[in-house]
Structures are given as C-alpha cells and as structure tokens.
Design a protein around this ligand. Structure first.
Ligand SMILES: *[C@@H]1O[C@H](CO)[C@@H](O)[C@H](O)[C@H]1NC(C)=O
Ligand SMILES: *[C@@H]1O[C@H](CO)[C@@H](O)[C@H](O)[C@H]1NC(C)=O
Ligand SMILES: *[C@@H]1O[C@H](CO)[C@@H](O)[C@H](O)[C@H]1NC(C)=O
Ligand SMILES: *[C@@H]1O[C@H](CO)[C@@H](O)[C@H](O)[C@H]1NC(C)=O
Length: 351
C-alpha cells in the first residue's frame, strides 16, 4: 500500500503557522478505499478482510465482547484487537461485537448497532483531523460499509417458543419493523457522513444452527419459528434497500444471500466438500449444540472433532474457517443471484 505523502510538513517549517490553516494534512493515494464493518461477529466478514481485501484493510480491528471467548481465541489470528494508542483508521475499522443486535435490548452489554455507529462517528472525527474535511469525505465516499447484524435480535425472541408459547404473526411483523427501522436509521446516518457503498449479509439460517436446534429440542433439519422470522426479514430487506436507493442518490449496495448459501451447506454438506453439516465440530449435547467448546476452564466436558475443515459449523453458532472461506468468496465475487446488484469486488471497483 502506498504511504501517505507528508511533503507539506517540510514546507510548513519555513512558514509561520498562522498563514497555513491546515499544515501537515496527510494525503492518501487516489484510489485508496477503506472497509468499515458494523456487525455481530460473523467471521465471514473477518475472512473477507483477511483473505480478499487485504490491500484495502490491512489495519482493521475488532472489539469483541466476551460472549464467545473460545471461538474468538480459536480463530483469533483472523483479527487484530483494538490496540491502545492506535489511531490510524485510513484502512478501515471492524466494530464487531459478538452477540450484538440491532436493538439495544438484545444482549445488553454487547456493542449494539447504534453504539457501533457512535464509534464510527469518533473515527470520522479522527479522519477529519488527519486528512482534512474534504479528503476525509472523499475517503468515506469511496469506502465500503459492511453490515451483518439482526440474527441475535430474532434468536432472542424465538428462544422461548414452545407449543404453549407461540409468537403471533402480527408481533413478528411489528418486531421486524422495529429492527429494520433502527437499521435504516443507521444506514442513512452513514450515508449522511459520506458513505455510498454498502454491503449487506442477509440473516443466516438461524433455525438450522446447531445451537437453536439443541436449545429448542428440535430433531428436524431446521426449527420452524426462527426460520420463518429469518425468511420474513430476508424478504423485507431487499425491498427496503430498493426503497432506500430511491430515497438517497448514489446509494450502491451488495446484498449477499447468506441464508441460502449457509443453509445449503448445512443441509447438503457433501455437495460442498464437507462431511458433517448438521452437528458442530466443538461443543456438547445434541448436534454439539451447547456452547461448551473450550470446556470453560477445564470444568466442563466437551467434544472437539479432529478435522474442523470437514465440518460446516465450528461451534453451535459459528461456521468453520473452511466454510467461511466459501461463504466469503461468494460475497466477494458471487454471481448476481447470490450477491447483487453488485458483489463486493465490483462495489470496491466502481467509482
Ligand atoms: C496510516 O495508514 C496508512 C495506510 O496503511 C499508511 O500508509 C500511513 O503510513 C499510516 N499513517 C500513520 C501516521 O501511521
Ligand atoms: C413454554 O415457555 C414458557 C416461557 O418461556 C414457559 O413458561 C413454559 O413453561 C413453557 N411450556 C412448556 C410446555 O414447555
Ligand atoms: C428502534 O427500536 C426501538 C426499540 O429499541 C423502538 O422503540 C423504535 O421505534 C425503533 N425505531 C425505529 C425507527 O423503528
Ligand atoms: C480461567 O482460569 C484462569 C486462571 O485460573 C482465570 O484467570 C480466568 O479468569 C478463568 N476464566 C474464566 C472464564 O473463568
């Protein structure tokens, strides 16, 4: 990556500071773009930052919560954590927080979407100080903003579903409207700050995850209620994005069908080169669907498969690195039916 040019600093030594209002502003190469990620920890997006878009994003960071410490340490080499004193954000930032939702009431204590946005606002200020207003705005307009969040909001309300306690369809609709409403607010705020290129991973197959099936005691391929609500969201999302596109000029996006691609791998694993799709590699209970991977400091027994690359799921809710590589490739470079209207590669390339 080309370095920032700082020639203006040399000049500034010979000129009284009050004559030049902006001394020493760094300048980025003409085609420089950054990648900003607002999400619950999906790991598919982390795979993109480490394998596919390294030139744009060598300096990303993550602020993980401690919800799933084992997954984070198992694949911790995928990301840099927030470094004290690190304040160069010209390559982008990953604001991911494991367990986070769109709504603040989902898993309190995690960094919800609105809070992630507030961190992004701090980063915007730093970029303006480093680059000047105009250059910062230019960088923000060329950069790509990735979103993968919402699954935890729906898992929270469907986790207590049983025969005597169903969610009415009007409640589902009302709840989804609230999730999408808050989501829209954040998208429009990023747009207002200069963002034009957006990437969205739709909701994953939350009903088919080992964790959901184990906690609801489901023996069929996918739990009904969580699947219904995820599909509702995924039908509403493309409509919403088209509507936003009509409202705000220059809004361009990639929408990745994460649901279908991950559900296919879970249900028809051998077609995609995996041996096991329905059970997780690490954990305990049915489908290894309990989050005991790592054994909680040696106090709990758990299973760990010998070849994670043969599995779609590493633990009860996170795909393995090999599955993530396939999924990330499809977001990056997938056919328009899987990722459209743009895929991420094209989104970076367009002006
Ligand atoms: C900030 O990051 C850019 C891009 O990676 C790099 O070229 C530059 O040297 C960094 N600037 C500072 C002040 O560290
Ligand atoms: C159904 O879920 C509710 C709320 O979580 C709980 O109070 C109730 O005991 C459950 N009923 C059955 C039959 O499991
Ligand atoms: C955002 O979510 C809150 C609940 O946390 C809700 O009261 C509010 O109406 C939602 N906002 C929008 C614009 O939908
Ligand atoms: C695990 O054990 C270590 C050392 O005994 C301790 O410092 C740490 O807090 C423990 N972690 C958890 C999650 O209990």
């Amino acid at each position: 990556m080309a370095s920032l040019s700082v020639h203006c600093c040399i000049l500034a030594f010979f000129v009284p500071p009050f004559i030049i209002p902006y001394t020493c502003l760094a300048k980025l190469p003409e085609n420089h773009a950054a990648l900003f990620i607002l999400e619950t920890l999906s790991l598919t997006l982390e795979t993109i930052t480490t394998s596919m878009a390294p030139k744009q994003t060598s300096g990303h960071m993550v602020r993980p919560s401690s919800k799933h410490p084992t997954v984070e340490s198992a694949i911790g080499r995928l990301y840099l954590t927030s470094l004290p004193g690190f304040d160069n954000y010209t390559d982008g930032v990953n604001f991911a927080s494991a367990g986070a939702g769109v709504l603040p009431e989902t898993h309190p204590g995690t960094i919800n979407l609105e809070l992630q946005l507030s961190y992004f606002e701090e980063v915007e200020k730093k970029l303006k100080q480093q680059l000047g207003d105009a250059e910062a705005k230019k960088l923000l307009s060329k950069s790509v903003y990735l979103f993968s969040i919402g699954g935890n909001d729906y898992i929270t309300i469907t986790s207590s579903v049983n025969q005597s306690n169903v969610i009415t369809s009007s409640y589902k609709k009302k709840y989804m409207t609230m999730v999408l409403g808050n989501f829209t607010t954040v998208i429009k705020k990023v747009y207002k700050m200069g963002g034009r290129k957006f990437g969205f991973q739709n909701l994953g197959p939350i009903g088919c995850m080992p964790a959901t099936k184990a906690s609801l005691g489901i023996t069929s391929d996918c739990a009904h209620e969580p699947s219904v609500i995820a599909k509702m969201h995924n039908i509403a999302l493309p409509k919403l994005l088209k509507k936003i596109q009509r409202q705000i000029p220059g809004f361009k996006y990639a929408l990745y069908d994460y649901y279908t691609t991950l559900a296919e791998r879970t249900l028809y694993s051998t077609k995609f080169g995996f041996k096991v799709g329905k059970s997780a590699c690490c954990g305990s209970g049915t489908y290894n669907g309990e989050f005991t991977c790592g054994g909680k400091n040696g106090t709990v027994k758990y299973e760990l498969c010998s070849k994670p690359s043969e599995y779609v799921w590493f633990d009860a809710a996170h795909p393995t690195e090999s599955a993530n590589r396939q999924l990330a490739n499809l977001f990056w470079n997938g056919h328009p039916k899987i990722t459209g209207p743009y895929n991420l590669k094209k989104l970076f390339d367009i002006l």
